[in-house]
Design a protein around this ligand. Structure first.
Ligand code: C2E
Ligand code: MG
Length: 602
């Protein structure tokens, strides 16, 4: 044993080695030996770090108050006992009877830099410590000094930060980075064991609408509930991650084939379909899931995720719920681009056509207007409905020239009909994207003037969803349009989540009940109630009501009886080119019997 005095002398050296070889000698230079002793005693006794010295047999010789607090031993209990009691990592297979000097050799091996290891307290609890070591020889005996710091709090903090960096704060699920890492790990083990596994990408349908209309708070609650439901249906070995927004990713290890993965995906879609109770509201949202398999569809995380994304997009487009990746759908992506190029030329090459569908006043039982509906006479694919290309037009910015082309064509037609004595309203559909553009109002005004069509004759159909996407911008544009005297109709009403409060502030004139409610009315009391209350509500807000999708006489009668103002549907006429429309005007009982249709023939 060496005495404390000698140890303190050693400490000077040890500290010098550990902390700063330059400044400490300078600091102590002016002090005499006795004062150095006192000073060092102070350092050792008052240090926040545990200071422990072990001799060359591995036994503890010095144990300062900070070490006492840290490990829970009084120094007189521990001095002389092996250091391995405090540091389990220094322990051999059998501590009893082990040569203690082994512990000092172990310690020497970790000499040098700061090193982290586990400390073990008297109560058996282990905790992380950081340790710096110094070794000095004194009277031919080596003495190792350990400066030990309890880093439990720092570790916990570090752990929290790591967790934050790899997890989504809202749901607590792994984030994209961690997910990609897990996919990478799974690729390695699956390749080794010749197994396949599945990567699923899932996206909620119409989440943006929930967020925009009911607020972010409800949106957040919904995402949390989705996360919980996913957790309930998945196996413990699966990974569920939130990639951002309403997009989730799932990793299903050991999936034999895509069909097995699809069965899981279907269970998920089902689980997410059940209504959600959120802050007193009941909300239903669907979801779409795309599936990519390792190794069939890719052998890198990025490729698998991209292909699951392509499949998810296809599932969403087809309203199919789930979709397994298929290279064929990927080619569609390429087709989309080709389509955009072709569409650009179609506008110049007169391949676009407008069909007109009559709108009938249900109490006067006679036509009162027409809706202009675009089609594309494609040289190879034939007559394409708007559903096949409006999306592409919106994505590529072609929607603007397309909309202006339709407006121009419809107003030209309207002017021709008016000259022929056919005085009907003309409705034109306006995509959500167009409502972002403040120049829409002036452009509409210019076209009205050019064709000398009074503003009241024109109705612009804006889908309910377009209003929801960006309510403030939409409101501005709609106000500008209505100030021209042009009327505004809220299209596909019932398919979105627009709030009544918002609708009541809109200068709208017409509400078009979506055909899904209208066609579902017969024999379904709840749809009938929805339609009746929509009619009543619209009338209270001084809006005219149009029922879309009328395919039978029974519906005409039912809707007329419910006070619906206007009807549109195949039962009156399908959308058709202008010449056929004129023929219908003269032939149909709903047509323009009292209008001067004969002038058309001239
Ligand atoms: P929308 O504005 O709701 O138009 C009504 C759609 O319902 C038309 O489909 C029409 O053909 C169809 N329809 C009418 N009566 C019936 C019926 O009795 N039964 C059934 N099952 N369907 C009926 P279409 O022409 O395929 O248009 C689809 C959508 O494309 C339109 O829905 C509109 O949102 C959009 N669209 C059409 N033309 C344009 C356009 O020029 N610009 C923009 N941005 N969108 C357009
Ligand atoms: Mg419409």
């Amino acid at each position: 044993m060496i005495g404390l005095g000698k140890f303190l002398g050693l400490m000077v050296l040890a500290m010098v080695e550990r902390i700063d070889r330059q400044s400490i000698p300078l600091m102590f230079q002016s002090l005499d030996i006795r004062r150095k002793d006192v000073m060092m005693r102070n350092v050792v006794l008052n240090s926040f770090d545990g200071i422990i010295a072990i001799d060359d047999s591995g036994a503890i010789e010095v144990f300062n108050p900070a070490a006492e607090r840290m490990f829970g031993y009084r120094s007189d209990e521990i001095i002389g006992r092996p250091a391995a009691i405090l540091f389990p990592e220094l322990e051999g297979p059998e501590l009893e009877g082990r040569d203690n000097s082994q512990a000092q050799r172990d310690v020497r091996e970790i000499d040098g830099d700061l090193r982290e290891m586990a400390g073990r307290g008297k109560d058996g609890r282990t905790f992380p410590v950081e340790m710096a070591l110094s070794e000095v020889a004194i009277d031919d005996r080596g003495l190792v000094t350990m400066f030990v710091r309890d880093i439990t709090r720092r570790k916990a903090q570090q752990h929290r930060l790591e967790h934050q960096a790899l997890h989504d704060a809202l749901t607590g699920l792994p984030n994209r980075t961690l997910f990609q890492d897990r996919v990478q790990q799974t690729i390695l083990s699956a390749a080794r064991n010749r197994e396949s596994f599945a990567v699923l990408l899932l996206d909620l349908d119409r989440f943006k609408e929930v967020n925009d209309t009911l607020g972010h708070h409800i949106g957040d609650l919904l995402l949390q509930q989705v996360a919980t439901r996913l957790g309930d249906v998945m196996r413990a070995s699966d990974t569920i991650a939130r990639l951002g927004g309403d997009e989730f990713a799932l990793l299903l290890p050991e999936m034999e084939n895509a069909e097995a993965a699809q069965r899981v995906a279907e269970t998920i879609v089902e689980a997410l379909q059940r209504p959600y109770a959120l802050a007193g509201l009941t909300i239903e949202v669907g979801s779409s899931t795309g599936i990519a398999m390792f190794p069939a569809h890719g052998d890198e995380p990025a490729v698998l995720m991209q292909r699951a994304d392509v499949a998810m997009y296809a599932a969403k487009q087809a309203d199919a719920g789930t979709q397994i990746y298929d290279p064929e759908i990927d080619r569609h992506g390429v087709r989309d681009l080709t389509l955009a190029g072709e569409l650009r030329r179609a506008i110049d090459n007169d391949q676009l056509v407008v069909h007109y569908q009559p709108k009938v006043d249900l109490s006067k039982r006679r036509i009162m207007g027409a809706e202009a509906l675009i089609r594309w006479q494609h040289p190879e694919h034939g007559l394409l409905p708007p559903g096949d290309f409006i999306d592409t037009a919106e994505k590529t910015g072609l929607i603007e020239p397309l909309t202006l082309w339709v407006l121009n064509t419809a107003l030209a037609q309207c002017a021709a009909w008016r000259r022929a004595g056919i005085d009907i309203e003309m409705a034109v559909n306006i995509s959500a994207k167009m409502l972002d553009d403040p120049s829409l109002g002036p452009k509409v005004e210019g076209l009205l003037r050019a064709w000398r069509v009074p503003a009241e004759v024109l109705v612009l159909d804006v889908t309910e969803n377009a209003l929801i996407a960006d309510p403030d911008h939409a409101m501005e544009t709609i106000v500008a349009i209505s100030e021209l005297g042009v009327r505004v109709a809220i299209d596909d009403f019932g398919t979105g989540y627009s709030s009544l409060a918002y609708l009541s502030r809109l200068p709208a004139d017409e509400l078009k009940i979506d055909k899904s409610f209208v066609s579902g009315m017969i024999g379904d009391a709840s749809n009938r109630t929805i339609v009746q209350s929509t009619i009543d509500m619209a009338h209270n807000m001084a809006l005219k009501v149009v029922a879309e999708g009328i395919e039978s006489d029974a519906l005409i009668e039912a809707l007329a009886g419910m006070g619906c103002d206007i009807g549109q549907g195949f039962r009156f006429a399908r959308p058709c080119p202008a010449d056929k429309f004129e023929a219908w005007l003269t032939e149909s009982p709903w047509g323009a019997r009292d209008m001067n249709v004969l002038a058309l023939a001239a």
